[in-house]
Design a protein around this ligand. Structure first.
Ligand code: IMP
Length: 436
């Protein structure tokens, strides 16, 4: 079911990596794994709300803004126009990866059209959350929602502002802070100092401007050189602002449409669309989650999977694999392949469950309801399958897996109608089973 290639000759091929659930599916490991066969990685949405962890022989890397694929020295990493980027957090992350021995010179680029996340966005994020009281979204507090609000109300600052001269940049920032102070006064919150924030932003201008590029130019050059691109999504399909469980979502398009608008690529560039799914489901923040395991069962799965947020350290809500939601992700993104992660975490359960439908009152639903109020009322209808042992997972091929493990995977594959190409059985690069 390859959907994207038109009948034309492909100059540049792109692989999309998209989260199939509510984020934290282990996308960074799959990106890292595929990166050796690609030349460029582009992050297309979100910001420092993401936390992408990769474990290599050089150590453990936790990325928030910089595309995780840059661990390979031949790879160029682009922070795409669809992102909202905190420039101070970018500098911190840059220093961190440099200190771990990663060369960044001429390898990391920020789109001049990406939006700047300002300190006041984080303040507003927390203020808006506290106003929601018991209906809080559970935001990471990284200023993502307010930064996208400014983008769409055309008040935002693009990274091209770092190409202005220092006085112009100072005035641009100062004006934004003065405007924000008028909003803060509505919340009886003390004003911020426009001069202080403007000076701080001017203070990092020279460092940031070094990375800012016109990504249209860059993509034209990638096209001419027939580069192989990997599009790295953050968060996941069910957190997408349009297709997710609104309002309990992030503020960007994590799905395939966002990959195009947020990078500048065109549909026919995408030759593979790989959805990354955990072998069970997790969610941080609030909102409906039909297969959530509450109480002790949930605690056990959380501890087995070490399910605590990379960005905030918050405990993640955990539950069984949800086929109804997964089918929705396949449809919404036109997935051509699936990567299933953390398969080892399900080992040693005597039996494992898969949710094959929802019960809503006296109705059985096999399609995912887009309405969160309806979804919240859905109860899972489970199928129970025999489990497998941890020691049986230390294999390099699908064929060598125990029958019960193969059965679980084939059951998911059959329902979704998409091949599971990768099965991850541990954080290390080598703990990945590839199906040809
Ligand atoms: P925000 O993106 O920080 O505004 O948070 C909105 C919702 O998305 C909250 O429920 C967050 O927990 C969730 N979220 C944001 N980023 C991630 C992520 O990288 N992984 C998982 N959940 C996330």
């Amino acid at each position: 079911m390859v959907r994207f290639p038109a009948g034309k000759e492909i100059d540049m091929s792109a692989t999309l990596i998209v989260g199939g659930q509510w984020g934290d599916e282990g996308k960074a490991k799959i990106v890292d794994f595929l990166m050796k066969d690609h030349d460029v990685v582009i992050r297309y949405q979100g910001g420092a709300n993401a936390g992408h962890t990769v474990v290599t022989s050089q150590g453990r890397f936790a990325f928030h803004l910089i595309p995780s694929g840059v661990l390979y020295p031949h790879v160029k990493g682009v922070l795409g126009n669809g992102m909202v980027i905190d420039p101070f957090a970018f500098i911190d992350e840059l220093h961190e990866i440099i200190s771990m021995g990663i060369d960044v010179e001429d390898r990391i680029f920020i789109s001049s059209s990406a939006q700047v996340v300002m300190p006041y966005h984080k303040l507003l994020d927390n203020l808006y959350e506290s106003e929601l009281k018991e209906k809080k979204i559970g935001s990471t507090g990284k200023g993502i929602g307010p930064a996208y609000t400014d983008k769409y109300s055309r008040r935002g600052l693009r990274f091209s502002c770092f190409l202005l001269d220092k006085d112009e940049l100072f005035e641009e920032v100062k004006g934004r802070v003065e405007f924000t102070n008028r909003i803060l006064s509505l919340f009886n919150t003390p004003p911020l100092s426009p001069e202080k924030i403007a000076s701080e932003v001017v203070g990092i201008r020279d460092l940031i401007s070094h990375f800012v590029v016109d990504t249209y130019e860059l993509i034209c050059s990638f096209r001419e050189q027939k580069k192989r691109i990997l599009l790295e999504g953050a968060q996941g399909t069910l957190l997408d602002i349009d297709h997710g469980t609104y309002p309990y979502v992030t503020s960007s398009n994590c799905t395939v449409g966002g990959a195009l608008t947020g990078s500048g690529l065109v549909p026919s560039d995408i030759t593979r669309a790989i959805g990354v799914f955990k072998s069970y489901v997790t969610r941080v923040g609030n909102g409906p989650f039909p297969t959530e395991l509450k109480g002790e069962e949930g605690n056990v799965l959380r501890e087995r999977g070490n399910e605590y947020g990379t960005t905030t350290g918050r405990p993640r809500r955990c539950g069984w694999f949800d086929l109804v939601a997964a089918k929705y992700s396949v449809m919404v993104n036109g997935l051509t392949e699936i990567a299933l992660t953390k398969f080892d975490v399900l080992a040693d359960y005597p039996t494992v469950k898969i949710c094959k439908a929802y019960r809503l009152g006296d109705r059985i639903l096999d399609r995912f309801p887009q309405n969160s109020i309806v979804l919240d009322k859905c109860e899972p209808v489970y199928e129970e399958l025999p489990g497998w042992k941890m020691k049986e997972l230390d294999v390099s091929s699908f064929e060598s897996l125990p029958e019960s493990a193969k059965n679980y995977l084939l059951r998911i594959e059959k329902e979704l109608g998409v091949r599971i190409s990768f099965i991850s059985t541990g954080p290390e690069r080598e703990k990945t089973i590839i199906r040809s």
